[in-house]
Design a protein around this ligand. Sequence first.
Ligand code: WTA
Length: 633
Amino acid sequence: MKITSFEHYKEVYKYSVEQPEAFWAGIADTFKWRKKWDKVLEWNFKEPRIKWFEGAKLNITENCLDRHLDTIGDKAAIIWEPNDPKEDHRILTYRQLHDKVCQFAHVLKNNGAKKGDRICIYMPMVPELAIALLACARIGAIHSVVFGGFSAQSIADRIQDADCNIVITADGSFRGNKEISLKSIIDDALVTCPSVQRVIVLTRTRTPVAMIKGRDVWWEDEIKKVETQGTKECPAEEMDAEDMLFILYTSGSTGKPKGVVHTCGGYMVYTGFTFDTTFQYQPDEIYFCTADIGWITGHSYIVYGPLSQGATSLMFEGIPTYPSPGRLWDIVDKFKVNIIYTAPTAIRSLMSFGDDPLKAKDLSSVTKLGSVGEPINEEAWHWFDEKIGHGRCPLVDTWWQTENGGHMISAIAGVTPLKPGYAGLPLPGVQPVLVDETGKVIEGNSVSGNLCIKFPWPGMLRTTYGDHERCRQTYFAAYPDMYFTGDGCLRDEEGYYRITGRVDDVLNVSGHRIGTAEVENAINMHSTVVESAVVGYPHDIKGQGVYAFVVAPNKKDDEELTRKDIMMTVSRIIGAIAKPDKIQFVSGLPKTRSGKIMRRILRKIAEGDTSNLGDVSTLLDPAVVDEIKAGAL
Ligand code: WTA
């Protein structure tokens, strides 16, 4: 939605909360439906039961592909830049992308995929990853993408939870100077996944892989078969607005990751609307989101949002520091990128290399900047604004979550005022509230509390896969009739929102969501560990680091070796992204008499702030605190 001024925003916002159904129907009207809805919205946050555009029929890929063919068929839909700058980049126009999606949709069908099947995708950042998502959506199969940094065990957990019958992967992936054997990780995962009948393997690194007869097939061979069959077009499956589009697993404060479920109609409307609104996208702009499609940002803002709006989405296989810390700026220069959407952790990491990597890079094409995934500190905000935006580009700090589907609180580029460190004002249709510990809504400005949303928006999660009660418990039980985000937040004197971070036991490490309970479970799997407690601490680059307090009485004399063994255990169980930055061996954990770990104390110690640990007299063994303090890393 094009918003022309701050005044205009205020009008639109007012209308969107006073008449939400009319507002969203108006937005939904800009999409292509096979049949329009009977009812815009039906909801209650008690069960919860949320239905948007009930009765409507559509296929999201017709909105992302087919409807653009007559108008912008030859426009670049995806520009792909490989990990190695010496390899050729690729450009897929909307027409080419459409054809490839249809082709691969046939491959899926030939391999037994049907509407409603769950398909696990574990792939490098290559165009075929986007094609795989869209091909699933084309035939009504539900994709469950697993980020390439997760271990075999994590993949197996996700495949089993969703009962997937097909896996799409690649032989390997290139990340900087590393090569990762994706297929062999999948092979390890599948030992415990009898539901998987078929593995489709894309060739990327041509590292040797085991291809199991009757189960594994090459992507390229299957495409050839479709070409021989001569089938081109693949008509899109007609989906109900509330049919599942995908599952994406995300960490919470307890237990294993949950499968957040998004549905076809609402998610399409919400991601398209927010992409267009937040970035005020113009038809000739090149848009570059540096996220990985393994996370929600990639789903919503590399694939579905930009494509439904006919944008050119640049996809990058590698990492910002390879082969040099100027790589992102080389890409911007090479493709004359207009909009850069990245994470504070990337900005902080690139900042640390100073100005040298920026020399001789032409960044004059850049018009808008965006940040996502974690609070952005002011130093990083200003660096991004000055060095990359040259002080002339709006920098939107977009706050949202996997569960939200798309941007919730964010400045609108060039329209709403910017405040470093602040996500700003809610987007149209979003109704945030702050509540205190007792659940009382905190009115007025210059206040802080727990951030909730009191009215549904089309992109919100509908359930957690296979366990609706868990969805209710996690998001809708803390405060009656509200969605609880898990974030703390302040609203300043002008009503601008600043996200202060999670108030639960979820960490945000380099913009990746990690549950402390998950990491503890993984550490506790190590043979010498009796118990452990994991907390976050401020980390210059990662935002938060992982600090583990570990009780391991029978550990080897060589503590450093045991540390490495524990790290390896966490890598095996979750993935390298969850490895603790610090492991402190302790003789016991500070516990209350009822056996509850006092995390507050551990957090303070991890932060290096031991001056005021508060009352420790209620602890079972107060002496342990002194020991932990003395041994802090
Ligand atoms: C945090 C990522 C501050 C927040 C899109 C949220 C942010 C969690 C911001 C969701 C931001 C995300 N400012 N914090 N702009 N964006 N967060 O599900 O704590 O991976 O709850 O979604 O990241 O992480 P998720």
